[in-house]
Design a protein around this ligand. Sequence first.
Ligand SMILES: [Fe+2]
Length: 366
Amino acid sequence: MINNQLFEKETSVRDDRFGPAQENGEGEGHSELWTRDGFNGASSMVVRPHYAPAYLSAQGLHVPRRFQIGKLAAPGSDDPSVLPLQVARSRGGVYLSVVSLSLPMPYVVRNVEADELHFVHHGELKFETDCGVLVASAGDFVCIPRSVAYRITPLSGPTQSFILESASPLRLNPQTSSGMINIARDVHYPRIEAPVPGEGETTLVLKAEDGPTIYRLPQDPLAAMAHVYGSAPVWKLNLANVQVGTYLPHGGPPFQFLTSDDGQVMLYTLSARITQRPPIHVNADFDEVVFYHRGPGAWGEVSEPGTVSIVPKGVIHQGPSEQVEEGYLAWLLETRPTLRLTPAALEASVLLETSLYGVHPSEQHG
Ligand SMILES: [Fe+2]
């Protein structure tokens, strides 16, 4: 059951940033919510005299950070022969990567360890897959299940994609059984196209936990004549077509639309909606990653498209209001495995303050 009543309680308390305790009057305070299993499990709320997300400094790996994917030296822009740049990894089979292609992939890849969910942030890309071809553009999620081979060709750029890998199968699992996603209208599947005559030797990369294995094939493995049985496991869906949900009049937590079979991964829309600001809370079991796709409105201190924020489990945070009249598009990933930024992402990232998700003051003052 969703703990909506607990979110409503927060509406009666102050949410000012870093407000000192002595400014609170008698009987006032800041509610702090602790929850298990994302927004779906046991919960507990206490009232504190201070604003708990505030911190002076943090050293170590389990810290909230933010980075801009456009500022990463992602491979692919001038060297298409390398795999996407990993930005976060875990010991639980969940990985995050960034890729920026300007030339067609010179090989076909088959990830034998994970389902891949590509979020196209910029540009237009052609995905040739084992089960046909589809074209994706900005705002599209493209799901490529484990061991489905694919090759990506940029059609118009610059292109930028953010990739989630999950060892457990990913599937659309909207919180409301109908209405949140118009499956018939908005979920698209690849189509078999006539094979191009004369396609010759091809490199196939099998992507495994311990690195790539390279095969040379005498033909293009993606050439196909017809789909004759079953449903194509590859699909695409645009973020703008995942409708937001709310519990009026107070709002409540965002709505989930995709999960992994083992419950280790959950995706939510975090786009603008009618709601009140989240409570100060501790997510006991899940790291939270927010991808801000585009405005025009800002989400708190986040206004640059392609900004990724990561708040590890157990770190007290609040987050900005999602009620932004101008509108914006964003999504939230929750992962039970603890994510750690890779050196490349760490280098490009800054410490995050967990109220409005701006740059932490300690970064601004050295
Ligand atoms: Fe949260």
